[in-house]
Design a protein around this ligand. Sequence first.
Ligand code: SF4
Length: 219
Amino acid sequence: MVFPIKEKIKNLNVVIGCPIGCRYCYARNNCRRFHITDDFSKPQFFENKLRLFETKEPKVFLLTGMSDFAYWQEEWIQKVFEKAALTPHNQYLFLTKRPERLHIQTQLDNLWFGVTVTCAAEKERIEILRRNVKAKHYHVTFEPLSDGVGEVDFTGIDWAGIGTETGNCRGKISTKKEWADSLCMQANARGVPVFMKEALEGIVLTDEMIQKFPKEFAL
Ligand code: SF4
């Protein structure tokens, strides 16, 4: 059975706001609709949410559901990493579209750094991430795909997500089955677990949907 990723990976938006301005940004729409902050283009840190890291059961949290990690201030990063170090039973995921802005070094085993890739021209983000972020775990989110990505170097990548554009955006572009299939085959060949987001169901046949997590997530 296909399940939504949010059943397993919880958004914990310790930072809200992002200046990148993607056309398809649902976070910006939600921020405006629910008046969460005054200006989504200016990231804000909600330090009080760090207490939510203190879970009894192990959890996997996406910390950048309403921000881009590359626009977090240094002081915020330090506070989040400190709290993550105190809660090693949880896994914490970060995503960026601007890895060239990052210079991070960490030995923490529960931090997962990723880039978003939507087309072949953005593949270089994977290499830049590996170069600029020295960490234990990397992941890539191929979403929303607007083109075939072609050959991908999955070296050192521990998890890959594949998705398509959702919502009612103008100019919405759907991922093509062959683009998703190609990424799956390449990831499988490297032993990288793949998670196809639920919105791909219909583009990909239900019984061909792959929804795997890294073993560290224990999901
Ligand atoms: S990078 Fe993410 S948070 Fe920022 S505008 Fe794009 S979709 Fe929204």
